[in-house]
Write a protein that binds this ligand. Structure first.
Ligand code: NAD
Length: 244
């Protein structure tokens, strides 16, 4: 018996990387999954791979109308929504002095406004059944790093908004938690770190290897499932001890 049997999940940014692995794991655990992403080709290919339990919806997390459409699609195809994973995110490296206002605003729009809009749209359907929201923050939501002003700001905000939502949605039986991955070897990181850079980063961890999409997905599954029924408003590290 799967840990998500009969549940319906919407995962943003699920066409590739961590979100795609979460979609695969959720379906393997008995859930139906809506894959929301701006990457239509990759998203459709993943939905085809996963079969009748998956649906791809073109979702731009910065747009309220796009979120409304994604939640409607979940309702009309699967009839309910139990789980939201706010996973979509972008990383831009720039100091305060270097960062343009446009670049700053873009990171905030995807990483922070996107999470706010996702919770705002999903709660309308989720409050019928109760459920679980998992917001993907970062170690950058716990510990600052030079050169990432917008990213760090947005990921601290995700952690704070998670706690607000946990308080506001408790009356609906909806739990809300944040996950804080460390260095995970997805495209987001491979574009920026060579092997030496990865090794230098992981030397600061207690577990000396990069994290994997499986490491994060297993934690997200725990928080999405009833196994974590007593946890809400909390932050969960997945960083090999980097922030200890
Ligand atoms: P990734 O770049 O492989 O995946 C991000 C996904 O988000 C992509 O599919 C992308 O198309 C999608 N996306 C971007 N903008 C979007 C938008 N406007 N609307 C909808 N989808 C959009 O990266 P990943 O590592 O899988 O990242 C997933 C999450 O984990 C992000 O929130 C990221 O900030 C966070 N994170 C990643 C790491 C890491 O080391 N990789 C560490 C900490 C936190």
């Amino acid at each position: 018996m799967g840990r998500l049997n009969g549940k319906v999940a919407l995962i943003s940014g699920a066409a590739r990387g961590q979100g795609a692995h979460e979609a695969r794991l959720f379906v393997a655990e008995g859930a139906s999954v809506v894959i929301g992403d701006v990457l239509a080709d990759e998203g459709r290919a993943l939905a085809d791979e996963l079969g009748a339990s998956a649906l791809f919806v073109e979702l731009d997390v910065t747009s309220e109308a796009s979120w409304t459409n994604a939640v409607r699609a979940a309702e009309s195809r699967f009839g309910r929504l139990d789980i939201l994973v706010n996973n979509a995110g972008i990383l831009r490296r720039a100091t305060i002095e270097e960062s343009s206002v446009e670049e700053f605003d873009r990171v905030i729009a995807v990483n922070q406004r996107g999470v706010f809009l996702g919770m705002k749209a999903a709660v309308r359907l989720m409050k019928r059944t109760g459920g679980s929201i998992v917001n993907i923050s970062s170690t950058a939501g716990m510990k600052a790093a030079a050169g990432h002003v917008a990213y760090v700001g947005s990921k601290f905000a995700v952690r704070g908004m998670t706690k607000v939502a946990a308080i506001e949605f408790a009356k609906y039986g909806i739990r809300v938690n944040s996950v804080h991955p460390g260095l995970i070897g997805t495209d987001m990181i491979r574009d920026r770190f060579d092997d030496a850079g990865m090794a230098a980063f992981t030397a600061n961890q207690l577990v000396n290897r990069p994290g994997t999409v499986e490491d994060v997905a297993n934690l997200v599954l725990f928080l999405a499932s009833d196994d974590s029924a007593f946890s809400t408003g909390a932050e969960f590290m997945c960083d090999g001890g980097y922030t200890v």
